[in-house]
Design a binder for this molecule. Structure first.
Ligand code: ADP
Ligand code: MG
Ligand code: MG
Length: 253
């Protein structure tokens, strides 16, 4: 098991958001998390990646045999947890290339690999760009400065490819995902899918999941996972919405 989350409880500003969440992710699996707005999906993504505005008040999360909750966000990243699409910072004057080279070398150090110099990094980056079928232009710009929404997405997927994480957590924001961005995200996930890598894809776009075809689909509601299934659950949700599932859950509890 790559990730084992048991009875996870978390608060923000003294408000309990996660209320006993269970989730198990094996290596190579793609899990989609869906659920109504305010359910706690982003909270889950943020708690797993170690953002510090959240307070974990109970339960456990084990990642690759280690207590994930003991590690700060940076250590989690070095150990192979990657969170995409959250609050991309703009860093004027720092080239995206240098930024990514630095991030990659921190991860490589943790894995006992030698640092890549500029030349080797260029080669490495070029191979990833080809894998993703992207253009290299973003590398020459300042980090995120003046990037359009689509460019930020593309850049995040590129960074994900470079860092070769074991667990990729993609948290789609509620705002629009146009067809190009959707394709970038779907192609990225599909290109990077491997037996050594797992994904948690938070989204309410059925279209995105049609492209990705997750192995497991979960509905998060009121801080818990209330239903899990296979890909067919996406279409069940598309047809019936969340109401039916929430009602079933409430009747059982
Ligand atoms: P989702 O991603 O499923 O839409 P979130 O995890 O963003 O849900 O939010 C879950 C709940 O936590 C919501 O009720 C939201 O209002 C609340 N929440 C999120 N962020 C904060 C915050 N910074 N301060 C207070 N409440 C928050
Ligand atoms: Mg929301
Ligand atoms: Mg959210």
């Amino acid at each position: 098991m790559l990730l084992k989350v048991e009875n996870l409880q978390a608060e923000i500003d003294d408000k309990q958001i996660l209320k006993g969440l269970n989730l198990e992710v094996k290596s190579g699996e793609v899990h989609a998390i869906m659920g109504p707005n305010g359910a706690g999906k982003s909270t889950l993504a943020n708690v797993l990646s170690g953002r510090d505005d959240y307070e974990v008040t109970g339960g456990s999360a084990e990642f690759d045999g280690e207590d994930l909750l003991e590690l700060d966000a940076e250590d989690r990243a070095r150990k192979g947890v990657f969170l995409a699409f959250q609050y991309p910072v703009e860093i004027p004057g720092v080239s995206n290339k240098l930024f990514m080279q630095t991030a990659l070398n921190a991860v490589r150090e943790e894995r006992g690999l030698p640092a890549l110099d500029m030349f080797d990094f260029d080669e490495f980056a070029k191979a990833k760009i080809e894998l993703l079928d992207m253009r290299a232009d973003l590398l020459e710009r300042s980090v995120n400065v003046g990037f359009s929404g689509g460019e930020k997405k593309r850049n995040d997927i590129f960074q994900m490819a470079l860092l070769e994480p074991k667990l990729c957590i993609l948290d789609e924001t509620d705002s629009g995902l146009d067809i190009d961005a959707l394709r970038v995200v779907a192609n990225g996930v599909n290109a990077l899918r491997s037996p050594e890598r797992s994904f948690i894809v938070v989204t309410h776009y059925q279209r995105l999941l049609d492209y990705i075809k997750p192995d497991h689909v979960h509905v998060l509601y009121n801080g818990k996972i209330v239903k899990s299934g296979g890909f067919e659950l996406v279409h069940e949700l598309e047809e019936n919405g969340y109401d039916e599932i929430i009602k079933q859950y409430q009747n059982q509890n």
